[in-house]
Write a protein that binds this ligand. Structure first.
Ligand SMILES: O=c1ccn([C@@H]2O[C@H](COP(=O)(O)OP(=O)(O)O[C@H]3O[C@H](CO)[C@@H](O)[C@H](O)[C@H]3O)[C@@H](O)[C@H]2O)c(=O)[nH]1
Ligand SMILES: [Mn+2]
Length: 735
């Protein structure tokens, strides 16, 4: 059916081109340009879906095959103790520490871009709790090892449970409640004063964006204490100064890479955002069975990406950000090409790839120290540890053992200085790449460009789960960031996907897949233009849709397209309501958030303002009872704020309403004898399109009449009304 849709699109384009020879108008041309882009977008989407692939992993076999599993460094990023509550980070960290993997092989590094003593305090408290939590999880084979989720779902008095389990359960629950109470109390008031002077002195006189590097070893798993079995836990807040760009998350990831390189230098890295947690404790083993596969994995696969799935799903996905269908079709489609895009979280990387090694060079023997220094910067210790990785001297080799956590503290401080990376290859050839606020897609692209593949790992139960934004403003700001980030990649001189295909080793169809996602940034211009064109035609009594029998082309196209997308939802066992919600939200995101993302990019290109990574607000509580929220009027979800991001949507809605009114008045007048040269079908189709838009923007329509957070602020309404009025007047001058 996808090809049928493509054929119809091509037919429509053909019709436009041919008919423009004798009937050329400006709006015909606009329609042609927009529809050409829609056709291209469709090609990007369907070619990506054609060869879906799923891999099966068998961790038990891995354990038979290898004598010893490799070390993994675990990275967690957090950036704001208010938007990202420390309790959430604590749960992420606990779920990582408790993974089903030898603890002496794991080390967890937490980057705090918020430079908050609360985060450090929370982690310190969590590490004490972890000493009890880890044995509990391992003894009783607990599945969900993020305690908040475990205690929410798991009853202790299951009839299978033994007396010992019940006792332990109650004890753990009590300890966890105690932990969260202490941390939440600290967040509300302050850290207990007895602790403040001693351990937290480093935080005095610091500001979020102006402070020296603060690195704390919260827990070191010394060999002699081995029996405690708690992986290393390190807190890092890299240095920040107002005049130094810190490159947002990419900068944080590189700080983690450098510090972990000094301390444990594991050959593999798992990175997780603070809003995700491990849901399948065996996931590291699953990922390793792909990465250590001697046939393909070791030679070709750079990273293993697990899907981003969410818990506390709002019923019928009113905000259209669960991306279930998208993951099912697009992600498994890309998995059949060069491999999934890097999604920024839930991903296992090879350190040597992060250090710039291509699949054609298994190792880079005897690199001159001078060259390494130029790339990795002035720290001798870091250069040594990088040489280990690049020269393929396994990191468990004797030389690597003199790496000692506490001894590396000084070097760690040096490499997290904000000037350290100047003139080096960090962010350019090595590490997480700078230049886009969607550093994830950019970094993944740079890896695919070298010729590496990636794999998608989807074990049962799902590997990770986390929170999706609650509330429209948060979802909008996320979508806006993504759109801008995608455009930044397109305009990046090293990593524009087209150049990566021509000059690099990015496969052609993988290039199309990248174009599909980069299109998030371009699509808004075409959709907004198309909507303006539609409104213009209704008001001025002209048409942009084909006349006569050719009108059947767009009608069939729309109907088949709707049926096609609907069938995908039904095949995924989702409801029609969910399908509609997602359709509607795509329109809203594209014309509002992504449109603003596009504008942010233009401002950047014009050097008027730079792009900013706005952190998404995370609401743990709101989402966990999401299942019960009423969806009849989406009252709980469609919240608005003062942001201008709601102006385009409100304007478009008002434009449609105005167009409808004008049309009806026009129809009445024509009945009473005035001339009207429009053909009947044309009117109906135009009006149907307009009605479809009004339906999409129904939440906005309700918002206009509501007050408080469920209402659109009057300043937004005023600005939109002015814009809509200007547009309508403009139409009249052209009439
Ligand atoms: O200056 C910053 C900004 C953000 N973060 C961290 O980046 C992560 C992602 O931020 P979030 O606000 O949750 O953004 P999302 O839109 O949910 O993130 C998606 O999109 C990002 C790119 O825009 C990717 O990096 C993420 O992995 C992906 O989940 C969080 O752990 C933040 O703490 C930092 O460490 N430093
Ligand atoms: Mn997130």
């Amino acid at each position: 059916m996808d090809v049928l849709i493509l054929i119809l699109q091509l037919l429509l384009l053909g019709y436009r081109v041919i008919s423009s020879f004798n009937n050329y108008t400006f709006h015909w041309l606009v329609a042609l340009i927009c529809e050409t882009w829609f056709t291209l977008s469709w090609i990007f989407a369907i070619t990506t879906q054609w060869n879906p692939a799923v891999i099966q992993t068998y961790p038990e076999r891995l354990l038979q095959r290898v004598e010893e599993v490799p070390k993994i460094d675990l990275f967690v990023t957090t950036a704001d103790a208010v938007l990202e509550p420390p309790m959430m980070t604590v749960n992420t960290v606990l779920s990582l520490l408790a993974m089903e993997y030898p603890s002496e092989k794991l080390a967890c590094y937490v980057s705090d871009d918020g430079c908050s003593p609360l985060t450090l305090y929370a982690l310190q408290e969590a590490s004490k709790f972890a000493k009890h939590w880890l044995p509990f999880c391992k003894n009783f084979n607990v599945q969900v090892r993020a305690p908040f989720k475990y205690f929410e779902n798991e009853a202790y008095d299951d009839h299978h449970s033994t007396q010992e389990f019940k006792q332990q359960w109650l004890r753990m629950k009590d300890m966890y409640d105690n932990l969260s109470r202490r941390i939440e109390e600290a967040c509300r008031t302050s850290i207990p004063s007895s602790r403040l002077e001693a351990e937290f002195a480093d935080f005095s006189n610091t500001k979020r964006d102006n402070h020296p590097a603060i690195i704390k070893i919260i827990w070191e798993n010394k060999k002699e204490k081995h029996s405690e079995g708690l992986p290393h836990l390190i807190y890092i807040s890299r240095e920040k100064r107002p005049k130094h760009p810190h490159h947002y998350k990419a900068g944080a990831m590189n700080a983690l890479t450098k510090v972990s390189g000094l301390m444990t230098n594991a050959p593999f890295i798992l990175n997780v955002d603070c809003d995700m947690f491990v849901n399948n404790p065996k996931i590291a083993l699953h990922a390793m069975s792909v990465l250590l596969d001697p046939e393909k994995g070791q030679k070709e696969v750079a990273f293993v990406q697990c899907p981003q799935q969410f818990y506390g799903k709002l019923k019928n996905d009113p905000l259209g950000n669960q991306m279930v269908v998208l993951f099912k079709y697009m992600a498994s489609g890309i998995a059949g090409l060069q491999g999934p895009l890097y999604g920024g979280t839930n991903c296992f990387h090879r350190r040597k790839v992060i250090y710039g090694l291509s699949p054609y060079e298994a190792e880079r023997g005897n690199m001159p120290e001078k060259k390494l220094k130029k790339e990795f910067g002035g720290s001798k210790e870091l250069v040594n540890s990088a040489a280990h990785v690049l020269e393929g001297r396994g990191t468990d080799s004797p030389n690597n053992n003199d790496i000692n956590i506490s001894k590396s503290l000084e070097a760690a401080n040096q490499v997290t200085n904000c000037g350290y990376e100047y003139g080096t290859a960090w962010g350019v050839q090595i590490g997480w790449k700078y230049g886009s606020i969607t550093e994830d897609v950019l970094t993944g692209l740079s890896i695919h460009k070298m010729g590496w593949k990636s794999e998608f790992c989807t074990p049962e139960p799902m590997a990770f789960t986390g929170v999706a934004p609650i509330g429209l403003p948060a979802a909008m700001s996320q979508q806006k960031r993504w759109a801008t980030g995608m455009l930044e990649i397109f305009f990046n001189k090293n990593y524009c996907p087209l150049l990566c295909t021509i000059f690099g080793k990015l496969h052609f169809r993988q290039f199309l897949a990248y174009m599909w996602i980069l299109n998030w940034g371009f699509q808004p211009i075409f959709e907004v233009s198309y909507v303006c064109l539609l409104t213009f035609c209704i008001i001025t009594n002209t048409n942009f849709l084909p006349q006569g029998p050719a009108i059947l082309i767009p009608i069939t196209l729309v109907v088949i397209h709707m049926l096609y997308t609907l069938s995908e939802y039904l095949a995924t066992k989702l409801s029609i309501q969910e399908w509609w919600n997602n359709q509607r939200m795509s329109r809203i995101y594209i014309m509002n958030a992504r449109f603003f993302g596009f504008i942010a990019m233009i401002l950047k290109l014009l050097r008027i303002s730079n792009t900013v990574f706005d952190i998404t607000r995370k609401d743990q509580n709101a989402s966990s009872d999401g299942e019960n929220s009423s969806d009849d009027d989406n009252g709980g979800t469609f919240t608005f704020d003062e942001s201008s991001v709601f102006v385009p949507g409100t304007t478009i809605l008002l434009m449609q309403l105005a167009a409808m009114v004008i049309k009806f008045i026009g129809l009445l007048e024509s009945r009473s004898g005035n001339n009207n040269n429009n053909n009947g079908y044309g009117i109906i189709c135009d009006m149907l399109c307009s009605a479809y838009l009004i339906l999409c923007y129904l939440p906005f329509l309700k918002g206009i009449f509501r007050r408080g957070k469920y209402g659109i602020p009057s300043s937004t309404i005023f600005r939109s009304a002015t814009l809509a009025f200007l547009f309508v007047s403009l139409c009249y001058t052209k009439k």
